[in-house]
Structure formats: C-alpha cells, structure tokens
Design a protein around this ligand. Structure first.
Ligand code: F7E
Length: 325
C-alpha cells in the first residue's frame, strides 16, 4: 500500500532532497507551504512534478491539523524553520516562534490526530548541531550537553526537548536528528559554503572581484544534504524512536573551504580576493563543531558518502554552469 508523507519546509534544500528520496521509494509526498505564494514553489513543482502541495503554517495549529488530515500522512518530517543563524539576532522573536514554537504546534497536531493510536504517525524533528554551541565536549554526540549561542540555537534546543518530551509523555514515535552542517548546490546563498561557491564562480567569470566574509577561523563539520536526508528516513523506519547525531566526523575551517573552492578554478592564493567585514561577524560565535555519528552508524547503518572536497567541487561546478547558462 502506498504510504503518505508530509514535509514542512519543502521549499528548502533538505525539503527537495527528502521529497525526491521519498518519491523514489514510492511514497505520495505532500509538501507544506505557507502564505499565498512562494517564489521557490514554481521551480520545485518543475523539478518534482509528482509532489503534492498543501497549505499550512507552523504558527497555526488548525492549519496543521488540516494538512495532516488532507495528506493522511503516516510520516511527518518537520524541516520548516527560519534557519539562517546570522539573522536570528535581528529576528529573535519570530525565530523563537517558527523554529521553536512551530515544533510544539506540529507535535500537538500529530498527538491530536493520532488520538488513542499514538503510533499512527511517525514524526521527525530537524534538530541542529547549533544546540551544542560552545561545545563542552569534542566530538559532540547525543550525550553532549547543550550550550546554544544564538536565538536560532535556543529555538532549536526548545524544539529538540519538546520532541523528546512528547515521546516520553505521550509515547509518540518522535525522533530528532541532530544534523551538523549539510550543503548542496541548492543551499541558499546566505550560508557560507554557497556564498563562497557562488563568489568563486562569479570571480572566475569576471563578474565579481572579491568575496566579503566574516569569521574565517570558524570550523564546521560539513556534509552533503543528499546523504543526510537518507538518515532522516532511516530514523522513521526504526521500531523505536530516538535521537541521532548525523555528521561526517571531519572538520574544516572557512579558510580551508576557501582553499578548496578557489582551487576548483585554478587559484592557489586567495588572500587578496577575500575581505573580512565585521558586519558578517556574529555577536556570539560557534567556533568549532565536529560530530560523532557512531550511534547512527551502528543502529541505522548510515554513513556519509560524499567527501568535503567532492561537495565543494559539485557546488562550484553547479554555480559555474548556472552562470554560464
Ligand atoms: O556559517 C562563518 C559563520 O551560516 C558557518 C545552518 O544550516 O548549519 C547552518 O548554520 C560558519 C559560521 O552556517 C561568513 O560565522 C564566516 O561560523 O554557513 P553558516 P551555520 O551558522 O553553521 C546549522 C547546523 C544549522 O542548523 C543552520 O540552520 O561560517 N562565516 N563568514 C560566515 N557565514 C555566513 N553565513 N556568511 C559569511 O559571510
């Protein structure tokens, strides 16, 4: 029998990769979109013609109940959030609402829809390595204490604990994937990997003369979004819900990102091509993150496939091709 899945945050990078994965597995996939129109929806419909669209808003409980009813989803993936850490200080209240309270609203809608049959719907929450913030342990695992450093990180921490709480309080099949940074050619240009891949490509074509960045010493564990959505699906196929760190276990700095990206267009020394502007430095930075995904490896048999170098090359080549077209 065909299974139904509902994805919030469908217009984001992960929404696309997850919907594509579920469609390839034979699911009927419903993507939730808020507002009357969404710029990226048209291209998403073109790329994934079998995707069904439902209207709903993470801030509107009755719209969530309606989306669950309409889709009759057996699996719900909550990817919807205001996800740019850098702007979360300027929009702290709305970030807390959508990225934090939105999780509670959706959990509540799932609980109400399930009624007595608490396992009728399986729920995935997109948690984030930003909850570790000023990390108290290296590498970070499911048992590392949280110390979020931005309004975004605080909101994600709330969503994470709410997911655990609904599992423990009501017995919901609710899992939380603590995903470290994951990128792709579909990443928004506000995030550093895409800002760099776009900038390098534009410079190679003579369309731009420098890239303006913030903290070049920040270190992250960067993986490929296409690999990470597999982990989301695997979590919901387990008999019991749980929390899992999803990461590569390898760390690079923004400087190393620049080395790899510029090398793709034959530039060895980028020092005169990159400018640091304090505007891009955050009030409280997360200096260094690296994940330990051994639980996911043991229990889900999940492993990342794409290396950092392959990922950055893919992004630069995709940006070059788009610009040339
Ligand atoms: O920053 C530094 C910046 O914005 C990475 C989101 O998906 O992953 C993402 O959050 C690092 C930071 O991602 C610029 O200060 C330097 O240290 O690409 P980002 P993020 O903040 O790590 C987590 C897991 C999420 O959950 C989030 O939703 O790069 N950096 N210069 C810069 N970052 C940006 N954006 N722009 C710069 O010019």
């Amino acid at each position: 029998m065909q299974k139904q899945a509902l994805i919030t945050g469908i217009t984001g990078q992960d929404g696309y990769y997850l919907a594509r994965l579920l469609l390839s597995k034979g699911y009927e996939v419903f993507g939730m979109v808020h507002g009357q129109s969404h710029g990226r929806l048209e291209s998403l419909r073109r790329d994934l013609p079998d995707l069904r669209v439902v209207r709903g808003d993470l801030l509107d409980l009755s719209s969530l109940l309606r989306a669950l009813e309409l889709s009759d989803a057996a699996e719900v993936y909550n990817l919807g959030a205001l996800s740019f850490v850098g702007s979360s200080w300027a929009t702290a209240t709305v970030t807390a609402s959508v990225t934090g309270m939105g999780v509670l609203n959706l959990l509540e809608a799932v609980r109400l829809r399930c009624g007595e049959d608490v396992k009728r719907i399986r729920f995935y929450q997109a948690s984030s390595s930003e909850i570790f913030g000023r990390a108290r342990e290296v590498p970070q695992s499911e048992s590392t204490p949280f110390w979020p450093r931005s309004p975004y990180g605080v909101a994600k921490t709330f969503g994470h604990y709410m997911t655990v709480n609904y599992r423990e309080s009501y017995g919901l099949h609710a899992s939380s994937g603590i995903l470290f940074n994951h990128e792709s050619p579909r990443r928004g240009p506000e995030f550093v990997t895409r800002k760099v891949s776009q900038g390098v490509s534009r410079m190679a074509l003579g369309l731009q003369d420098r890239i303006v960045l913030g903290n070049l010493d920040a270190r992250r564990d960067w993986g490929f979004a296409g690999d990470y959505v597999e982990a989301m699906w695997l979590m919901l196929q387990q008999p019991d819900p749980d929390d899992y760190v999803i990461a590569t276990g390898r760390q690079k700095s923004v400087r190393e990102l620049l080395d790899v990206a510029f090398a793709c267009v034959g530039v060895d020394d980028w020092t005169d091509l990159v400018v640091v502007d304090e505007e891009n430095v955050r009030p409280a930075e997360v200096d260094s993150l690296i994940g330990d995904a051994s639980k996911a490896e043991d229990r889900l048999a999940w492993r990342p496939k794409m290396s950092f170098e392959e990922l950055i090359r893919l992004m630069v080549e995709s940006d070059l091709a788009k610009l040339k077209a």
